[in-house]
Design a protein around this ligand. Sequence first.
Ligand SMILES: Nc1nc2c(ncn2[C@@H]2O[C@H](COP(=O)(O)OP(=O)(O)OP(=O)(O)O)[C@@H](O)[C@H]2O)c(=O)[nH]1
Ligand SMILES: [Mg+2]
Length: 468
Amino acid sequence: MFNWFRRQFGNNAPDSTPAPEETASPPPESETPEAEDAASLSSVAPSPASEAPEAYLAWAKEAYQNIQARKGQTESSPEAPEETGAVEEVEAKQQEPEIETEKSPAWLQKSDRLEALKETALETPAEKTPQPAPEPDEDFLWSAQVLAAQGRAPEDVAEEEINWLSKLRQGLTKTRRNLVNQLKSIVGQGPLNPEAVEEIEALLLQADVGVAATEHIIQTLQAKLREEALPPDQAIEFLKGILRDILDQPLQSYPETFAPQADCLNIWLLTGVNGAGKTTTIGKLAHLATNSGYRCLIAAADTFRAAAVEQVKVWGERTGVPVIANPGQNTDPAAVVFDGVSAAQSRQVDLLLIDTAGRLQNKKNLMDELAKIRRIIDKKAPDAQVESLLVLDATLGQNGLRQAQVFSEAARLSGVVLTKLDGTAKGGVALAVAQQLNLPIRFIGAGEGIEDLRPFSSYEFVEALLNG
Ligand SMILES: Nc1nc2c(ncn2[C@@H]2O[C@H](COP(=O)(O)OP(=O)(O)OP(=O)(O)O)[C@@H](O)[C@H]2O)c(=O)[nH]1
Ligand SMILES: [Mg+2]
């Protein structure tokens, strides 16, 4: 089983094994950029693709074949319920490839067809001809390179990781194109003159990076370019390092790995203004947690909106996670939290997720309610590992950050979930969050689907933002 919080296989129950950075093997023939390693701060990360493209291609192919092989095993396993009809269905679809296009990512569709061809070949051994080896496509190669550069082994890559990275990259395509092309042409001209500084400033502010982070980025970049002239590609690599440093800065004050802790109840309280994506994030987190082998429970503590509890229950059904709710309307959310914690304790749950209201009669009521919920948790579960996550809609840019300060006091925030990076969001807000709130981003959402949320990695994010 793949543990989504720790990003590794074979860790399907909460335990205290070290973070993936410490166990993963190094990438082939290349240095690890060590995104999360404080020692690498401000250094120019190597550009893996340009340094050893063949090594990465080999890595990607191996990862691709491993995923295909794992898929093959699952498909032919006797437990797979769809097994009997599967071949027929695939064969039928072969005539109409458009239908498949909607379902799975491009790099998978090709291989499905090849799988189908293989199945046919097995039925008619006389016609068996050698199949060309399946080839990973551009999305796969990009995602594989990002994973390899983080020291991941090709046999430890999950198919969903590739899909997720492709999605993140696609979500940030517009911002990336704007940023990269213009930045390259500016920084490639040598030391930054006042005009160039202004241009970069405008670019970063447009990407929602915020004034404070923008100033820091420009100063650091300028200092470096005065010291030595960098060709455009290297200047971009240096810039990536600056961005990663900003994103990782809060990890000086908070733990680096964010996963449910072993041998204790973990309580994650999700807060944020209405529409930010709290309930959806709860559903996605429940999915990640159960898929990673954790026992999970949801408390539906948004009792203000009539439909809110129903919405949580739908996610409960989708993920197979029980939901604690109070049937009455306008009941006390703190009472639901109390019941949720009791149930979690008696059922020996690993992770209790608490949904909260985003809007009440007024802001003061909302903050009072959150503070009360927090007090109940601390009193009822003093030994629990409590995390208070602010859910922020990335499309709101700087406006979202202003709300954060208010929540920070009432709910004692310990992290941020950035949602809607698939839409019109410019992505730079992640840097503003880290710089202005000094809170680590723990998860990012890029879509409304159950799979569209993953733990945040500064390395992956910066690559999606700046890597061609
Ligand atoms: N495109 C996109 N939509 C998202 C994402 N996350 C949430 N949404 C959508 O945003 C809308 C609001 O999400 P909710 O989860 O209901 O937000 P909430 O914070 O619980 O809102 P309240 O309960 O009103 O406080 C829904 O339509 C979600 O499908 C995301 O990452 N991408
Ligand atoms: Mg909600």
